[in-house]
Design a protein around this ligand. Sequence first.
Ligand code: ADP
Length: 394
Amino acid sequence: MTDTILVVNCGSSSLKLALFDQQFKKIASALAERLNNPDAFAHIAGQEAPVPLPTGADHGQALASLVKAFNESGYMSQPPKAIGHRVVHGGETFRESTLVSDDTMTAIEACAELAPLHNPVNLEGIRAMRELFPDIPHVVVFDTAFHLTLPPRAYRYALPEQCYTDWSIRRYGFHGTSHSFMVQEAANRLNQTPATTSIISAHLGNGCSITAIRDGLSVDTSMGLTPLEGLVMGTRSGDVDPGLFDFLAARGISAADAHHMLNYDSGLLGLSGQTNDMRTLCELADHGHEPSRLAIDVFCFRLARYIGAMTSSLDRLDALVFTGGIGENSARVRSQTASHLKLLGVRLDEELNHHHGRISDGRIESPESNYPVLVIPTNEELVIAREANLRAHN
Ligand code: ADP
């Protein structure tokens, strides 16, 4: 049995595990959902039978059950060489992936106020895995760390200084593992080195964000203090007028209800009144459903607007990059977005776009385009596995 690296990604009611070999090839993955609910369940990818869980299993119990199942399936007959944990918010403390110690745990707890839905559950996963594997290195990889190179002009809000100095209110940015992977992969495809590559990276999944990367470093990004700011997303509104909260309060909608509305009932779902799923929206729009067409229009227009805005942070653009479930799979979204970028000279080859760049090493621009346009599948688990391997031995 070769050495393995295990990647743990705990969400609010779910968790994902991925196991990599020494060559960073994924050898197994598993998912647990509806945790802390009576119908919590888990399974290993490719296996029909679910992994038995205690009723109403929490993250720790689900991790213990899945580790046992990996063990019994022969995927992980000895402890992994290192474990990489995804942590959503590292505040201004964590500039890079870090080996877990008791001090690290305390510092992550201190960032929990900035991500109350995510950091506590991330910590729960780390604690459970440290108990199961006390003698191997655990490494935390932060969604925010890649963006700590943002200059103050990009991360400060135009608010009284106290908001920043006393309450740490600033723009942090998220999806850092995906955006950092994009610049590495784009550099490979363009025969450049990441440290001298400048791209605009659009990560379009259920959550969506866009980042300007200059010479390998994040210099502007669309998400802010929380992952709500910026682009239109599956159920999140993205940018709205901050005056909205007062306006809603005057209509009896509390701050908590407004928060729920903007996070869970808005975005593609809110506009279409049907679904947050882009594939279904495209089908509905094709059948003449106007609200779905509008949802796609607003999504693409906002994205194009942000692409234009991101050029303010760059002095060169080596590629515009699309990734995430929508970015990788929706020719319609890429094409419609590019149609708003004529002034920038972004032009797609619709045949290459239709094939999602899979017949052209990711390239989908036409010869007359001012800039290369790339479709690159993201792989956040791989980034975490690589980081875990690297830090575990430093
Ligand atoms: P998450 O952010 O949860 O990881 P994904 O990156 O998997 O999500 O992206 C999910 C989104 O990708 C959904 O809106 C889904 O409809 C969209 N998507 C996946 N495949 C397609 C497709 N073929 N065409 C359009 N959208 C797609």
